[in-house]
Design a protein around this ligand. Sequence first.
Ligand code: GLU
Length: 427
Amino acid sequence: MVAVMSRIKTEEQADAYKTALAQYDRATQHLKDVSEDIIEYMRYPRREFAVNFPVRRDNGMVEVFTGYRVHHNTVLGPSKGGIRYSPHVTLDEVRALAMWMTWKCALVNLPYGGAKGGVVVNPQELSQGELERLTRRYASELIPLINPQMDIPAPDMGTNSQVMAWIMDTYSMTMGYSVPAVVTGKPIPIGGSEGRTEATGRGVIICMMEALKQHGEVDADKISVAIQGFGNVGSNAARYAQEMGFKVVAVSDITGGIYNPNGLDIPAVIEHARATGSVQNFPEAENITNSELLTVECDVLIPAAMENQITAANAHEVRARYVIEGANGPTTPEADDILNDHGVFLVPDVLANAGGVIVSYFEWVQDLQSFFWDQDEVYRQLRRIMVKAYDFTLATAEKYKLDMRTAAQVGAIERVAAAIKMRGFYP
Ligand code: GLU
């Protein structure tokens, strides 16, 4: 049992990083004006940190956990990126996610580099007390690496605003004064931003609407949407899509999915999932599996769960005409080719899910200035930056005759490369 588990983990870890590097290698072929040494330099993480630390469980036993933080690139500013709690976390997965953060921040023009962190743990198996002790110990191990000028963590899969509050408190207690800007995605009363929780899901739908508009599809009620993943990103994307008049026909979480061709009532699904712990068995919907969700009849597919979901094995069965990536790395390069051949229009992760880090940036700015914005201001600025990044990606795609994935990577890598060239190699 244990041997099989660890073999699965190894394959997953290889995949995410393999995907990130393959995308990079594809994109850099189009960068004729960027020198080879800069291309080679950007391919590697700047620094990697691994830590093993003890946590006392409620039963008195001490268990040792492993955590990571990778800073991929810091040329444009402090590194930025979430912290993931998942049993599948590996150093290679964190490397891939950190690299994607570099391209994401550059693409949407934030003054940030890319980072990511993770702890190998299933947070569902810990009590609140255990989760707090694990978070505080991991945060204290990270102290040499994080601060508002150097590296600013945020939530990701398996972490939330409470975890960010504990990180902020641990850092602040060590310093002797409150430092809200050390982490984003905090609760609003301690320096969090309006609109941060729903920002990623909202940004996904803003991108979907831009893609539909570009293709002349303006009647929301004629568009059906299927969403894989019902965590922070998937559930908020579903809610906002419905608010904007779209028909959300399928959603899924880790337990499986539900489908109703006439559309699901998303607030009711959210309530059902909260009450029963799963979206499945929702009245007036048919239960489906997570893999069936990806191939369900719909116009737009939003993978918002995790990496490597659309692969060479299932890409030819995708019936959607649009794929808008809410998750990081949900599509492998082989699947990208298949979707392209089938005429599917894909909006890549580094663009589609950038809403989270954009509002994280607003939070950091508000914390540094101790001056807070209202929700309307956050939504307005989020929309402005997302649409600008969408237009920039589309213009890059047209200029180089590329698909949106490669265009997003090319546009982002060009910006980072230009900054490296201006700054020069030290010493
Ligand atoms: N974890 C999110 C992402 O993958 C947000 C990162 C952040 O806000 O710094 O983009």
